[in-house]
Design a protein around this ligand. Structure first.
Ligand code: BES
Ligand code: MN
Ligand code: ZN
Length: 498
């Protein structure tokens, strides 16, 4: 991660200086007149020549302006006092590619609140992520050089305090992005479980179940998916006891909130095999689980005052002589039987057993599952919104509002009996696919069959959101860690200290 520090507003003597400038006549912003004076008017001359107006999202780079600075970068933050937390993150993020050739830089954030200054830091940190573990020959001059970033704030102490929990969130996001970026030959279910166990250093309690335990419990749906692969499945249960402490919660303790992730470390489709073109994308079919792991690390990292459990079902979906066949009937952990008509509709099979286990073990306050579940949700919503399905309007509304704040957007989709009817099987309690239409909805209906007694539940279909083919303000292209920030904010806004 970028080395980020906070200091009082003062002109730096070297490196790059970033100015956050508000729209208006004249342009206003912390350190603007100071740097303009120090450079003999070069900064305002350049901004005028570039017709820089301070519109949100605009920027102007001034090279070698004088006063020892290598560059001054103006970033527009829009109308006075219009900057939001998310806008501040985007401003911080948009600066990063402009600083690739600098080793150190300072962002003048003395004109905004300590919270917004910390948000600028977060945006910059998030955008500076890189997954370069497997690049062994990249020349130093081709790597981004930026390593030190100073945020110049009116109240640096307060801004540093506001940054502490955000830093834990960035670390959770990076963990999630690392997991999702790893290729499937490295990140097998067992390897991913090991990386979860390593999080005990943060104070999480981590349990791992292997194929023997899951078979004994009767996880017929999950084990059916796993049986084609030479890589054994795992289920990982992570506990964060931020309220009840390290002690085993008393019987009377409030039940935890629960997060559940689809962790298909590679999805070939199984015997219902996928086409070759683009199949490599299916290394990120564990992004739901990756988000849950990143979220749990975040909650632990910032010592969130909440009791939460995170469960991930980790399997590889492969075709082989031991793989399940189309037409097989499996008995899920809930006892319900499933006719597996398409082995590529495997995520719902994995979730079915993990969701049932979650309720049996924890009777949680609510369950939120995340899954790269269907191509159909990408057809419906593209790569802008995750699909949100829920049996609980209040929980759905809470998520929709934090989605706006974090920029991890969700769109509510319907659930209805008419869709559920499509899952009727001629031979078992249900089949794992329905007709051609509304595929994301029928997938959600399938999962809902494993939610008991109207327990508040949200399903997030993140197939369109887990991986980005282009850079955005706070996410370089690649693994996004979608869901970590969304659910971290859900917890901090609604489920702590209560
Ligand atoms: N992992 C895929 C869904 C997916 C597709 C995620 C593209 C990300 C990008 C899922 O397991 C799958 O194969 N779903 C099938 C379901 C179908 C067989 C009913 C699909 O969407 O085609
Ligand atoms: Mn599949
Ligand atoms: Zn899948």
């Amino acid at each position: 991660m970028l080395d980020i520090g906070f200091a009082k507003s003062a002109l730096p003597k070297s490196g790059a200086l970033v100015l956050l400038l508000e729209e208006g006549e004249p342009l206003a912003g912390n350190l603007l007149s100071a740097v303009d004076e120090a450079t003999g008017g070069a900064v305002l001359r350049a901004l005028t020549a570039a017709e820089f107006k301070g519109r949100a999202g605009s920027n102007c780079v001034i090279l070698a302006p004088g006063a020892g600075l290598s560059r001054v970068i103006a970033i527009g933050i829009g109308k006075p006092d219009s900057l939001t937390q998310r806008g501040a993150e985007e401003a911080g993020g948009n600066v990063v590619p402009l600083l690739a050739r600098e080793t150190h830089a300072a962002i003048a954030a003395g004109g905004v609140s300590a919270e917004l200054a910390a948000a600028v830091a977060m945006g910059a940190a998030l955008r500076a992520y890189r997954f370069d573990r497997y690049r062994t020959k990249e020349k130093a001059e081709d790597k981004p050089r930026l390593s030190k970033l100073a945020i110049l704030a009116a109240q640096p102490v307060k801004a540093r305090e506001a940054w502490a929990p955000l830093k834990a969130t960035v670390e959770g996001v990076f963990l999630s992005r690392d997991l999702v970026s790893e290729p499937a030959n490295i990140l097998t279910p067992a390897e991913m479980a090991d990386r979860c166990v390593a999080l005990e250093k943060l104070g999480l309690k981590v349990e791992v179940l292997g194929p023997k335990e899951m078979t004994k419990l009767g996880f017929g749906a999950l084990m059916g998916v796993a049986m084609g692969s030479a890589n054994e499945p795992r289920m990982v249960v992570m506990h964060w006891n931020g309220v009840s402490g390290g002690k085993k919660p008393a019987k009377s303790a409030a039940p935890p909130i629960a997060f559940i992730g689809k962790g298909v470390t590679f999805d070939t489709g199984g015997i219902s095999i996928k086409p070759a073109a683009g199949m490599e994308d299916m290394k990120w079919d564990m992004a739901g689980a990756g988000a849950v792991v990143g979220l749990m690390a975040t909650l632990a990292g910032r010592k969130a005052k909440v009791d939460a459990v995170g469960l991930v079902g980790l399997v590889e979906n492969m075709p082989s002589g031991t793989a399940q066949r189309p037409g097989d009937v499996v008995t899920s952990y809930s006892g319900q039987t499933i006719e597996v008509l398409n082995t590529d509709a495997e995520g719902r099979l994995v979730l079915a057993d993990v969701i049932h286990y979650c309720q049996e073990q924890f009777n949680p306050r609510f369950m939120i599952d995340l899954a790269t579940l269907t191509g159909a949700i990408i057809v419906a919503l593209g790569q802008e919104y995750a699909g949100l399905f829920s049996n609980d309007d209040a929980l759905a509304a809470q998520i929709a509002s934090v989605a706006e704040e974090t920029g991890e957007k969700t769109w509510r989709m319907p659930l209805a009996d008419a869709y559920d009817r499509g899952l009727k099987s001629d031979i078992a309690d249900m089949k794992n696919i329905a007709g051609r239409y509304g595929g994301a909805i029928t997938a959600a209906q399938f999962i809902q069959r494993f939610v008991q007694g109207g327990k508040p539940w949200v399903h997030l279909d993140i197939a369109g959101m887990a991986w980005s083919s282009k850079d955005t303000a706070t996410t370089p292209k690649g693994a996004t860690a979608f869901g970590v920030r969304l659910l971290d904010r859900l917890v901090s806004a609604h489920y702590e200290n209560s």
